[in-house]
Design a binder for this molecule. Structure first.
Ligand code: NAP
Length: 280
């Protein structure tokens, strides 16, 4: 069994557990079983998105679980095609309708799509949705510092969270420090690099042996010690439990340094650079 999960407080007062559960590719009845298993295992933060086409699956998993809605934190995300204000508001309502929920705890703009020039309107819609009680906290994903600065300059409000690609092969040091200096929390997507070659890495293997832990546990603990909230996805109850069991050991400074040296400038999984990559 894992030790209890620490809580992180965002600048707007919302608290989140220090690790969450990713749901990309968990759809339908099997997906609902996997997500309710994650809740049984102890995850209380669940990450979905309009574009995963599984908000309904997440809502069903919540209804199947024995945990009350108010004890869960549920995140969804606004797709690029609905960033204009008059599309964003109905999209948020549709997201809630699909999940069968009255509110999301956290709602994020999925990608900035800077060339489209609409992310400020999307941000305004999220701020209004927060005022109307549809969401409790407004955040973003994949925003670069220039995009974050622009939101604050124009609205006086900055996102509570920026969810970014972050794993040992792409550790986002500069962006993380920028977030820290600006009181924005970092969340790590694909925290296990989708279990690519990282799982065979010799440095990580060695550190895992030292602590009698698995490579996934070392990686997820590393996220926690960096101050970022990882949201690993797993369809298996055993791996879900493995991934959440990271609060009973500490990586030493030297080990944190060894993992920091694994980063590569081209370490992104699918070369999705938010300055140019667009998703709709
Ligand atoms: N904001 C964005 O733009 C964005 C982009 C991508 C993802 N996300 C979010 O981030 C979440 C996590 O990222 P992700 O799903 O891309 O990748 P991930 O969590 O890094 O990796 C998931 C993969 O790792 C495997 N895995 C999980 N635990 C394992 C373990 N202990 N040992 C070995 N393999 C393990 C899973 O297989 P099994 O399922 O078979 O265990 C799955 O194939 C997503 O689900 C989604 O919610 C957000």
């Amino acid at each position: 069994m894992y030790s209890s999960i620490p809580e992180i407080t965002l600048h707007d007062g919302l608290t989140l557990p220090a690790i969450g559960f990713g749901t990309y590719k968990l759809n339908g009845n099997e997906g609902a079983n996997a997500i309710s298993s994650a809740v049984d295992v102890g995850y209380r933060l669940i990450d979905t998105a309009y574009n995963y086409e599984n908000e309904g699956t997440v809502g069903e998993a919540v209804r199947r679980s024995s945990i009350r809605r108010e004890n869960l934190k549920i995140t969804s995300k606004l797709p690029g095609r609905y960033q204009a204000y008059d599309k964003a508001v109905p999209a948020i309502q549709e997201s809630l309708y699909r999940a069968g929920l009255d509110y999301y705890d956290l709602y994020l703009i999925h990608w900035p799509n800077p060339d489209q020039g609409n992310y400020l309107e999307a941000w305004q819609a999220l701020l209004d949705a927060k005022k109307w009680g549809l969401i409790r906290s407004a955040g973003v994903c994949n925003f670069l510092p220039e995009h974050l600065e622009y939101l604050e300059e124009e609205t006086g409000e900055k996102p509570s969270i920026n969810q970014i690609e972050l794993h040992p092969f792409f550790n986002q040091e500069k962006q993380r420090i920028w977030h820290e200096n600006n009181n924005i929390k970092t969340q790590s997507w694909s925290p296990l690099a989708r279990a690519n070659e990282v799982m065979q890495n010799e440095t990580l293997k060695k550190i895992a042996r030292q602590h009698n832990k698995t490579i996934s546990q070392v990686i997820l603990r590393w996220h926690y010690q960096l101050g970022s909230i990882p949201i690993p996805k797993s369809s298996s109850p055993e791996r879900q439990l493995e991934n959440i069991s990271i609060f009973d050991f500490t990586l030493h400074e030297e080990e944190m340094g060894m993992i920091a040296r694994l980063t590569q400038s081209n370490g992104r999984i699918n070369d999705q650079d938010p300055a140019t990559y667009e998703e709709f």
